[in-house]
Design a protein around this ligand. Sequence first.
Ligand code: PZK
Length: 315
Amino acid sequence: MVGKTGFYPHVLERPPPALPSRRVLALPRIASGKVREIYEIDQQNLLFVATDRISAYDVVLGQTIPDKGRVLTGLSLHFFDLLDTPNHLVTNDLSGVPGLSEQDRRELAGRAMVVRRAEVVPVECVVRGYLYGSSWREYREGGGPTTEHLPSGLRQAEKLPEPTFTPATKAATGHDENITEAETREILGDVLFNELKSRSLAIYGQAADYADDRGVILADTKFEFGHVEGELLLIDEVLTPDSSRYWPADEWAPGSTIPSFDKQYVREWLESQPWDKDPPAPELPEEIVSGTRARYIEAYERITGASYNDYLDAE
Ligand code: PZK
């Protein structure tokens, strides 16, 4: 897609400061993921930070993608605003966050959000509109938790008759594990299950229609929810390329693999290397880093319809 619609020289002209891979702020860190971190501000509020780290084949690479964390945060903010669903966002204005140095504020600008601290629901709310990834593997191998409600005869990447709610849990290995509807109801109870399913399907439907209008397919996505004072809020990052599978509509055809918007460049280069997918991954050449950065920025601009430079300038 970048190859067809071009690079963004006006964006690439201004290389941003690269985010050091794992900065420790003077705030307690309460959670650390492969590419994101959560710090405690106070009893009610957390600081959610998207770093520039990137993972591929479940391995965090040694190089960062400058601006990736800002692109993902910009997309989350865009969708929190667009979706009419209660969420954990308090503000992206960090001026009221105590204990940050001037350097912290510069580095965090555009990549951090103040969010309400919630009681996290222990199930990943995955919605799929297309048959791909782990669901396609289950289907091809005779069926599994995500294929319970599917007809036979579907092909890889085929559009499902209707979007499906296919929850997963964080297994001890750190990998997500798909679970059946019965297992999910066991964990959540029927009332919460039904609420999460209808909220997740409604949000997916709204976002998929929105993406469709921009020539982008939202193949699947993963939501997380949490409770604050009895209210069920959408939390975490939302509808980013890290939590979702976005495809350029003109590159979709059922019956084959589809190149993903953002990481395809990295994956194809890694595939061309003699590497067994055990860490560490081979070092990315500069042109793969800059090409991947351009694709994240293109994803931001295509999905939001706004200029990434304008996002940076507003921060
Ligand atoms: C929370 N995670 C997952 C995300 C990580 C881990 N609003 C919230 N309140 C309480 N807890 C969480 C959230 C949110 N969002 C989310 N873990 C805790 C996660 C990012 C990085 F290391």
